[in-house]
Design a protein around this ligand. Structure first.
Ligand code: ATP
Length: 245
């Protein structure tokens, strides 16, 4: 079975914590590809500081050289209404023009869309989607729109993150129930014992990097260095564009 990881985030800005999370998930879960999905307008947290196009650009710069990372911009751009067809003219292909998404993004919609696209592309294979998530974000999963329905479309791979204890006592009753019901050993997933294409919660350990976008933004505001917290290309992009000042 092919398994596609999805790492959604504000990436405001992207940093080595995100990249290691994606890389560790790829390796630990034996994933086919990891899709990085920058959100345009998140539903369950306040709006990002920097505009969606710049955050997308930084994720593209950070991941460009990795052959198994894909950056998906479907939460940021959508085909313009009344202009959704691909057409050919003078041996050239014209793609539908696109516009910036202005509405709130819901993970449930994005996961359905990605699932649909992946099925179309890899129709010969059995595919599963794995939403990759840090422990901090997982503890708030029950605040997401239609969160229980997500289990019908993907598994959750939950990474241990510094300072975030994944104890049952930290979860709401409902989230704790889902955790107990769906908890699956990494090894069972990795070795293909799990035949279901969604609905499991798979904890895994990752390289511990105590880096957060909040801390990076604070450092920039205070004119402190952010070098080596994020790839050089992102560091240069932030400097050149005077972001987060
Ligand atoms: P902020 O500080 O603005 O809240 P963040 O650095 O936590 O941002 P997000 O874009 O909100 O980043 O996170 C996207 C995903 O990456 C989440 O699942 C989050 O748990 C995870 N993540 C972020 N930083 C790390 C890290 N250092 N180690 C592991 N996971 C991380």
């Amino acid at each position: 079975m092919l398994s596609f990881g999805i790492l959604g985030g504000t990436f405001d800005p992207v940093h080595f914590g995100h990249l290691r999370l994606a890389e560790d998930a790829y390796e630990a879960l034996n994933l086919t590809k990891v899709i990085l999905l920058p959100v345009g307008h998140p539903a369950h947290r306040k709006n990002p500081v920097v505009d969606a196009e710049s955050r997308l650009k930084m994720v593209q710069l950070a991941t460009g050289s990795n052959p198994y990372f894909i950056v998906d911009d479907s939460e940021i751009y959508q085909p313009q209404k009344n202009n959704t067809d691909i057409f050919h003219h003078n041996n050239k292909v014209f793609l539908p023009t696109r516009e910036i998404v202005k509405h709130t993004n819901y993970t449930i919609d994005s996961i359905k869309l990605l699932g649909h696209r992946i099925k179309e592309k890899y129709s010969k294979h059995f595919c599963s989607l794995v939403w990759i998530i840090g422990a901090d974000a997982f503890l708030n999963l029950d605040t997401w729109h239609d969160w229980k329905e997500l289990f019908n479309y993907c598994h959750f791979a939950v990474a241990m993150r510094p300072n975030y204890d994944l104890a049952l006592t930290k979860m709401s009753t409902e989230l704790g129930q889902q955790w107990c019901h769906r908890l699956t050993h990494l090894q069972d997933f990795k070795t293909g014992k799990i035949k279901e294409t969604s609905g499991k919660i798979i904890p895994f350990t990752m390289t511990q990097l105590d880096i957060s976008a909040t801390n990076i933004r604070e450092r920039l505001k205070n004119n402190l260095s952010i070098r080596y917290l994020t790839p050089e290309s992102v560091y240069i992009y932030i400097n050149n564009n005077g972001l987060y000042k």
